[in-house]
Design a protein around this ligand. Structure first.
Ligand code: B1M
Length: 216
């Protein structure tokens, strides 16, 4: 019988190879075998894309290969998200607006956070990627968001999270809408420095912190 670890190994290998068909097959097989979707992402697919990122950073992999791996990652996240959304609860735990900041096209992590929030009963408006501060604020007001969540994957785009805090203050909205920040280069220290209400290291932590923000 195929065990979980074998599925995780295959998932990682498929992402490293940038093989979308294989990655999709592994995702489907894993879910069919009863492996939890989040576990599959955290222990299989994320280690794969992290390895690709490291090799890219070291100059051992090039952009076309990075794009192939990212595409494979997107395809499996879509499949797992659908499953998580189906399993989600129906009550409204709060309204959250989420997006990747302006200038930043990395949206795989943000999309996982969106799915997990939906599965936990939150009403979520996903603004996608490359979202300006003005758009975050405009959409949050229209949507009646309790929380604005931003994701930044580039050290150069983290500053947009700071800009959002400044704009919220300037418009008298700080406190009315709480903020949470995430993304690989983002830290608790950065969140404190810019005055964000919370920081999350990963999607599970994101849901936990958002629940705390709703309660407090
Ligand atoms: Co790019 N990229 N990339 N990339 N990419 C990084 C981020 C990089 C670290 C790679 C490297 O050099 N080692 C590097 C950034 C260096 C830096 O800023 N210091 C980099 C670079 C340089 C670039 C380009 C500039 C490359 C180029 O063009 N020369 C370019 C920039 C484009 C742009 O944005 N303007 C670029 C492009 C791309 C692709 C388009 C090919 C693709 C993205 C595709 C997509 O997202 N649709 C891509 C990818 C895939 C990566 C890596 C390999 C993986 C990112 C990822 O998806 N991780 C990445 C290396 C790395 O991070 N290890 C890299 C998996 C994902 C699940 O994790 O997003 O961290 P993550 O999300 C986590 C947590 O952070 C947290 O929860 C998630 C789940 O656990 N989280 C939140 C995230 N957001 C949250 C929000 C929350 C709460 C938690 O609440 C609001």
């Amino acid at each position: 019988m195929t065990d979980k670890n074998e599925i995780f190994t295959k998932a990682q290998a498929a992402i490293e190879a940038g093989d979308t068909d294989e990655a999709v097959q592994v995702a489907k097989d894993g879910l069919a075998l009863g492996v939890n979707g989040i576990e599959l992402i955290n222990n299989g697919f994320i280690p794969g894309i992290n390895k690709v990122g490291d090799l890219f950073g070291e100059g051992q992999l090039f952009l076309p290969e990075l794009i192939m791996s990212a595409n494979a990652m997107q395809a499996v996240i879509e499949i797992i998200n659908k499953k998580l959304e189906k399993e989600g609860t129906k009550q409204t735990a709060g309204k959250v607006i989420l997006g990747t900041v302006e200038g930043d096209l990395h949206d795989i992590g943000k999309t996982i956070v969106v799915a997990l929030l939906k599965a936990n009963g939150f009403e979520v408006l996903d603004l996608g990627r490359d979202v300006s501060v003005d758009k975050f604020i405009e959409e949050a007001e229209t949507f009646g968001a309790d929380i604005i969540g931003t994701s930044a994957l580039l050290t150069t785009t983290m500053s947009v999270q700071k800009e959002l805090e400044e704009q919220l203050k300037a418009k008298g909205l700080k406190g009315k809408m709480k903020t949470i920040v995430g993304g690989a280069p983002v830290t608790e220290r950065w969140a404190k420095r810019i005055g964000a209400d919370a920081y999350a290291a990963d999607a599970t932590d994101g849901v936990r912190k958002i629940k705390e923000l709703m309660a407090g």
